[in-house]
Structure formats: C-alpha cells, structure tokens
Design a protein around this ligand. Structure first.
Ligand code: FES
Length: 165
C-alpha cells in the first residue's frame, strides 16, 4: 500500500506557500482598490479643463483705416481697442494691434493717438507705446503695461482670440 507520510519540512513548506499565496492575494486586492480609488478621486475631483479659446469678430479691415481705432466689447467684460498703425508688423504680417483700453493705473479708457503712435490715458497722463508698454505717468512708474490681445486677420475679417469665460 502506498501511504503518503508528512514530515516537518512538508508542513513548513506548505505554510510558506500559503503565506506567499495569501500575500499575493492581498497585493492584488490592494492594487485593485488603489486603481478604483484613483478613478473615484478623478471622478469626484476632476482636473480643471484649460479654458476654451474663442474668436470674437472685431470688424472688417477696410473699416478701420490707418490711424483709426475701434473699441469692441468682449464676452469677458473687458473692452478691447483695435488700432490700425498703418505699418505692417513683420511678425504678424498686418497693421493691426489690439490691447485692453482699460488703463492699468485706475481703469480710465485709453485711446490711440495715431500721430504720436501711442496710447494715451486722459486721466493722469499715462502713455503707452504701440506695443502697450507704459512709458509715462503712473503706469510707467509702476511698470504696468496695457493688456495685449491676440488678433487674427483672415481675408478682410479681424478677430480677437480670447479665453471663454
Ligand atoms: S488711470 Fe490712466 S494714468 Fe491714471
């Protein structure tokens, strides 16, 4: 008769295998809970989406003659001043520049002075270059420039590219 006998080494090996398998089981369950928890956290606290960029029609290029400018209300609540400098910008390939017309000092409305090729704030003498850089008045003292806007000229149409609110 073939009778199987166990000795102490068999029992120690059996216990070791059981511990190893149980450890593997715990590791698998832990990993599964970890994956589930990461998805649950992403669902509860989703990552903020980057703001969508939209185009806002500003006008037709032949309606803003060289030296002229036009104020346009944006969906963001800001007001933009699109100006035609009459000089082609080698970077953009067009003659238009766009900045917020809100003075960074106390918020008065700046205007474009074509003859001087500067933006001027009527309240406290703030002056800005065609690049929006403050060169005189309180904005220059504090180093506060005009907020620039990206513009896009397609054919005869001019658009501002802004972040949707
Ligand atoms: S508000 Fe423009 S300079 Fe003061």
């Amino acid at each position: 008769m073939n009778q199987k006998s166990f000795n102490a080494n068999d029992i120690v090996g059996w216990v070791a295998r059981r511990k190893f398998l149980f450890g593997g089981f715990l590791a698998t369950v832990g990993a599964a809970y970890g994956v589930f928890a990461s998805y649950a956290l992403k669902f509860v606290f989703p990552a903020p989406k980057p703001p969508r960029r939209i185009r806002v029609f500003l006008g037709f290029s032949d309606q803003i003659r060289p030296g002229a400018s036009k104020a346009v209300n944006l969906p963001t609540g800001d007001q933009l001043l699109i100006s035609n400098t009459g000089k082609i910008n080698p970077v953009t390939g067009n003659t238009f520049i766009a900045f917020s017309n809100s003075c960074p000092h106390l918020g008065c409305k700046v205007h474009w002075e074509a003859r001087r090729e500067e933006f001027v704030c009527p309240c406290h003498g703030g002056v800005f270059t065609a690049g929006g850089v403050a060169v005189a008045g309180p904005p220059a003292q504090s180093g506060s420039n005009l907020k620039p806007y990206e513009i896009l000229v397609e054919g005869n149409s001019i658009y501002a590219v802004v972040e949707e609110v």
